[in-house]
Design a protein around this ligand. Structure first.
Ligand SMILES: [Zn+2]
Length: 164
């Protein structure tokens, strides 16, 4: 009897562990609209002066000598209010399994653009301006841009990461 309950406990433990693994996997997948790429960068406002001002996004392709973002595509960063920044990958998530399209930002514009599919993404929240793809007869919903966490480290440094 004692052995049996030990065995039962063991299996219960296994089941709980497995369900935790699956839950956390699901959570990660829900947040990723492009394949996961480890992101860690410390962005210096003295280099990217536009990040001192609100609503003037910066295109950042490197941290030191290393290319950042999915497949080295780079990221966009924008100061959205006095103490908050948004950071998004430059990869357009609107091409099914093809993640080779890189978004562009033109100074003074309100959106990040994809020349290939015509999608425009809001730089504050990363959502497409039209939720449905105009070129797609299935009217597939355009995924949100891949977001990265931001944290102000000091007067001139912003940390951008997806490491928990
Ligand atoms: Zn696109």
């Amino acid at each position: 009897m004692k052995l049996l309950s030990k065995i039962a406990f063991f299996f219960l433990f296994i089941i709980i562990t497995i369900s935790f693994i699956y839950c956390s996997k699901d959570e990660t997948m829900n947040q990723n609209t492009i394949p996961y790429t480890r992101m860690y960068a410390e962005i210096d406002f003295r280099v990217y002066n536009e990040l001192y001002s609100i609503n003037t996004p910066a295109t950042v392709n490197k941290y030191g000598v290393r290319l950042i973002g999915y497949n080295g595509h780079g990221i966009f960063i924008s100061k959205i209010n006095s103490d908050e920044y948004s950071a998004f990958d430059r990869t357009c998530p609107n091409h099914g399994d093809d993640f080779s399209n890189v978004l562009e930002y033109t100074k003074g514009d309100l959106f990040y653009h994809c020349k290939e599919c015509g999608a425009k993404y809001n730089y504050i929240n990363g959502y497409a301006t039209k939720s449905l793809n105009p070129q797609n007869t299935e009217n597939r919903i355009i995924p949100k841009l891949q977001e990265y966490n931001t944290r102000i480290i000091n007067d001139y440094t912003l940390r951008v990461t997806n490491i928990r």
